[in-house]
Design a binder for this molecule. Structure first.
Ligand SMILES: Nc1ncnc2c1ncn2[C@@H]1O[C@@H]2COP(=O)(O)O[C@H]2[C@H]1O
Length: 751
């Protein structure tokens, strides 16, 4: 290695002293090549111990290459984009070796302990060429790169959309022709590059993301977008070499206008400020329409000649924009130095000294002149916007084409005006939708309370509850609606993230591990899976049932808010729900509410004892205590049915829950210990009383009976029909016996 380094130093020195640019370039390339290949070899050598190094050197000699290296995980990490190359290299390496060397190669593979051995030489450089990298590139349209690239394409489209018509203004053409050409070139490069990007876009086929280069290319080439993209980059500008002022030849660039809408759609989905975005979009769309209309107006003015036009003419006229006269004095309030002294003069009789006044101001004024381009564009834009929104009076058109243009503008204006008003109306409505829905509910509730003559204390309490839910943000979203429009799997993942922390704090569920939360037994209704999702995995059921149980429970939780002093449950009531405290403080109190036994805080669970149907519970399914809210309390509620629905599929978890419940009851001396516990019916443990189960079985029996009767009657009907048809056939056979027998006599069929 030392001699290599010396050679490198020599090359570097020669390069520095060389005056010949070409020689310097060639040497520099050599140096880079040596460095890169040398580095790979050095890394390989560093990764081998002495014994393996001996083998490595030995194999280098046999293989007849100096650039042997080991490509293992190390390289894979740094080359995640091109993982495929390692496999390919190995295959190619194997192809380049004869049998004897192959044996050594395999042997060395074993010694070196890597499967990804390959020979890296010029060959790899070839296979890793830029073409290959680009060829295997695939772009997912949902990622940030594509979104940012769409933004660049959108800017280029907007540039063309705005600048193409502006070229009718002669002053603009003269002043900005070169910058315009440069900007055009940049946008054209963007458009060209976009063709490449589009051809690398992944797409979905039968729900599978296709990343195969050829397929992506074919898909793009066959699409309508490709034709539009191709037409939009056609170098129509070349016409301008002959007619430099013919800027409209670039109109084909507008064929990419659909990319603006594409970007807007993506932004609308991504943005956190959709209303603001929609407002901005409306403004941009209006601006572009007004702008084009203004340019067409000025084009008509050119056609009809505007140089000598006057104030009353329909076309543009310089007279319509006057340059303002401004006073030169910096401080006009400072009487004596600047202001005309009107002391002792009657301001109502100014006409008597107006000449004197004009003489005074004549040397003290200057004209603020606007450029012709500014005048032309601003007046045209003003005319355009006033006409399109049907506001303000304009000079009447005098020519047929002017009238036609006005008519089209008026119609277009009506549509635009309606869209603007409608869009803004919608925006305002949806911005206030949450608030107005909330107000509607609150007002409805108030009306109901007044109608039912609810006392004022309770009314006040209800109103305060509404206010609390609004300030806490609870009323701004309708959580139950979210379940309706989200696929159940995504809703499940969201619920896990939102509620899992709380449910983990619950002592009753404390031993349940997280683990494979997302690998769950799926329910029997339509679900949409994302690419890479596992539908099920080997050993799912029973393997981690407690995690599954937590998931099932989390899905069933819903939030309720209680006001201060509210009783959540009272001793002796039949238990139908259990609660988990998300926020707030509650008290376990005596039935009269005077004695406080315990205080429950965030993460505490209560109400579980009466719904678990614990065998031996002295209170049965009755509440063992009363629970009262101290302040506003946010509680997750889990109904008895939901709990039992969830735990039915997890027998181990069910047993452990009941055992924990028993422990709690035992502590409070509320458990009747009994030896004949086994006698307790399984049905009761299942959470449904026997009577209820019996009635369910009876109902199912009725249903079964009905179904059997239906099938029996259809069977009898079918049977009779069959008999009828066989009889019919027999009769026909009897009448045509001879002809049938003659027909089949050749076939030796015995009738
Ligand atoms: N001493 C106590 N300390 C804390 N919580 C209690 C106490 N006694 C009863 N509870 C809870 O209060 C709930 C009342 O309804 P349950 O009997 O269903 O379940 C009860 C327990 O969860």
């Amino acid at each position: 290695m030392a001699s290599d380094r010396e050679q490198d130093a020599e090359i570097a020195l020669a390069m520095a002293t060389s005056t010949n640019k070409f020689a310097r370039l060639v040497r520099m390339m050599m140096l880079i090549k040596r460095w890169t290949t040398g580095q790979i070899q050095q890394e390989t050598e560093e990764r081998l111990d002495d014994r393996n190094m001996l083998m490595f050197k030995f194999f280098e000699t046999i293989a007849g290459t100096k650039n042997l290296s080991i490509i293992g995980n190390h390289q894979e990490e740094s080359m995640s984009w091109f993982k495929w190359t390692t496999g390919q290299n190995q295959q190619e390496t194997e192809e380049r070796l004869d049998d004897r060397n192959m044996l050594m190669f395999k042997f060395f593979e074993t010694v070196a302990g890597t499967k990804n051995l390959s020979i890296i030489g010029n060959h790899q450089e070839e296979s890793m060429s830029w073409f290959n990298k680009i060829w295997h590139l695939s772009i997912n349209e949902t990622n940030n790169f594509y979104y940012r690239w769409s933004a660049i394409v959108m800017l280029s489209c907007i540039y063309n959309l705005v600048l193409i018509p502006v070229m009718i203004f002669a002053e603009f053409r003269q002043s900005y022709y070169k910058p315009w050409l440069v900007a055009n070139a940049i946008t054209d490069v963007v458009n060209l590059f976009d063709i490449l990007i589009q051809s690398k876009r992944e797409f979905m086929e039968d729900g599978v993301c296709i990343t195969e280069p050829k397929a992506m290319l074919v898909k793009y080439f066959k699409s309508r977008d490709f034709i539009l993209d191709l037409l939009s980059v056609t170098p129509s500008d070349l016409v301008m070499l002959i007619f430099p002022n013919l800027a409209f030849v670039r109109l084909n660039r507008l064929l990419k206008i659909h990319r603006i809408f594409d970007f807007m759609e993506r932004t609308e989905i991504r943005t956190n400020f959709p209303h603001l975005f929609r407002l901005l979009r409306l403004i941009v769309v209006c601006f572009v329409i007004f702008h084009w209309n203004a340019c067409v107006y000025f084009l008509l003015s050119i056609l009809y000649g505007y140089q000598d036009s006057e104030m009353e003419d329909w076309v543009f006229s310089y007279e319509k924009i006057l340059d303002p006269l401004l006073p030169k004095c910096n401080n006009r309030l400072y009487a004596g130095t600047c202001l005309f002294d009107e002391d002792g003069l009657d301001a109502h009789e100014r006409h008597t000294y107006v000449d004197e006044l004009l003489d005074f101001w004549e040397p003290k004024k200057y004209v603020r002149e606007f450029s012709n381009l500014t005048k032309k564009y601003s007046l045209s834009f003003y005319w355009s916007s006033l006409t399109l929104v049907n506001l303000g009076e304009q000079p009447s058109p005098t020519q047929l084409s002017q009238m036609l243009f006005e008519i089209v503008d008026t119609l277009l204006g009506l549509v635009i005006f309606a869209i603007i008003v409608g869009d803004i109306g919608n925006m305002v409505t949806s911005m206030n939708l949450a608030r107005s829905t909330f107000e509607e509910k609150k007002d409805g509730c108030k009306r109901y309370m007044r109608f039912r003559k609810v006392n004022q204390v309770l009314e006040r309490k209800v109103v305060e509850w509404f206010e609390y839910t609004w300030t806490r943000g609870q009323a701004k979203v309708d959580e139950s609606k979210i379940v309706e429009y989200l696929p159940s799997r995504l809703h499940g993942q969201m619920s896990v993230q939102i509620h899992m922390d709380t449910i983990r704090k619950v002592r009753l569920f404390q031993d349940c591990e997280a683990g494979l939360l997302y690998e769950l037994v799926l329910r029997l209704h339509l679900q949409i899976f994302s690419p890479g999702d596992y539908i099920c995995r080997k050993g799912d059921v029973g393997k981690d049932c407690e995690a599954g149980l937590l998931y099932e429970l989390v899905l069933r939780l819903h939030l309720q808010i209680f006001s201060p002093g509210d009783y959540i449950c009272r001793k002796g009531d039949v238990g139908k729900e259990m609660y988990i405290i998300k926020r707030g403080c509650l008290e376990v109190v005596s039935p009269d509410g005077l004695k406080v036994f315990a205080t429950l805080n965030e993460g505490a669970v209560f109400g579980e004892l009466s719904i678990l149907n614990i065998p031996g519970n002295k209170n049965g399914n009755r509440r063992t205590a009363s629970i009262r809210a101290v302040g506003y309390s946010d509680l997750y509620v889990l109904t008895k049915d939901d709990l039992w629905d969830a735990i039915r599929e997890f027998p181990d978890a069910k047993k452990s829950l009941i055992d924990k419940g028993k422990e709690i009851l035992r502590k409070d001396n509320l458990l009747k210990e009994s030896d004949d516990e086994a006698e307790l019916s399984d049905m009761e443990i299942e959470g449904i009383p026997i009577e209820e189960r019996l009635s369910k079985i009876r109902k199912n029996l009725y249903k079964l009976e009905e179904t059997i009767n239906k099938y029996a009657s259809s069977f009898h009907g079918g049977n009779a029909e069959m008999k009828r048809r066989i009889t019919q056939l027999e009769q026909r056979y009897k009448t045509r016996k001879h002809s049938i027998q003659g027909l089949y006599s050749n076939m030796n069929i015995d009738f």
